[in-house]
Design a protein around this ligand. Structure first.
Ligand code: MF3
Ligand code: CO
Ligand code: CO
Length: 259
């Protein structure tokens, strides 16, 4: 299977889906504060998505016989990704939460995530967030026509490891478009000059998942929530990026409010 290349119409629709995903992520992360449960946040996410006429891509997403039950992915502290909102998970000062919003709009999907602090957090955790976001920026900067996917992977890994953190290996970034997960896979570790060559019109979800401790992860008995094996905190930043002759363009940026 080849990497899908979006035509002008596909790109227009990706722009709309991604801007919507970014708006919703911005509105949802503004609701993060001590005392709120991750269930509350997921319900807010559900309502925001519905109010914009979009659909949650994770909701009902099936792997084998398991259906993802929530509308957004909300992962606290040692949770890496795919956390399911729960009334039992009450956010407290010092926590971090990764908010991942993936929406389908007019047949195309936008995917983006950020990790945010809840009140004051430990300096080492603040550093983890900074470095993960920087790794994403550096990865995006390699999403240049003529480069290879491994150039993105290598840039992310080098940034993360130079600060003593580790990249998760069991999950990867991905192409995104009419399906949530398309080719190519975009690992957050790898070697420059390897992998698929980047062409114009690819839409790529680049998403470093970075652990303060070791890289190993495991999945909880709910079948979805991925946590660090050593219970160290983990951060996740994600953008959907369009590759163009003029360079990478981040599609998951909120749209300026209409005048
Ligand atoms: N937003 C996720 C990603 O970045 C996908 C959600 S996976 C699901 O790829 F299982 F939760 F649906
Ligand atoms: Co995502
Ligand atoms: Co993704």
């Amino acid at each position: 299977m080849a990497v899908p290349i979006k035509n002008a119409e596909g790109i227009r629709r990706m722009r709309d889906a991604c801007a919507l995903a970014a708006d919703i992520l911005a509105e949802l992360k503004a609701q993060v504060r001590p005392g709120v449960t991750t269930y509350d946040l997921d319900q807010i996410g559900r309502d925001l998505i519905a109010s914009r006429g979009a659909r949650s891509a994770p909701h009902g997403y099936t792997i084998g016989s398991r259906r993802y039950p929530a509308y957004t992915c909300l992962s606290v502290n040692e949770e890496v990704v795919h956390g399911i909102g729960s009334l039992k998970r009450i956010l407290r000062d010092g926590d971090i939460i990764s908010v991942d919003v993936t929406v389908e709009y007019h047949g195309y999907i936008g995917d983006n995530a950020v990790t945010v602090p809840v009140g004051p957090i430990a300096a080492s955790t603040a550093r983890l967030l900074e470095v993960t976001e920087r790794a994403l920026r550096l990865g995006i900067a390699q999403a240049v026509v003529g480069n290879r996917i491994g150039d993105i992977s290598q840039a992310v890994q080098a940034c993360v490891e130079s600060h003593g953190f580790s990249v998760v290996r069991d999950m990867v970034g991905h192409g995104v478009g009419q399906s949530m997960h398309e080719e190519p896979q975009i690992p957050n570790f790898g070697r420059k000059g390897t992998g698929e060559r980047i062409k114009p019109g690819m839409t790529l979800a680049i998403e470093p998942m970075v652990n303060l401790g070791g890289h190993r992860v495991r999945t909880l008995s709910d079948g979805w929530t991925v946590v660090t094996a050593d219970s160290s905190p983990s951060a996740h930043f994600e953008h959907t990026v369009l590759t163009t002759e003029a360079g990478p363009e981040i599609l998951t940026l909120p749209r300026p409010a209409a005048p």
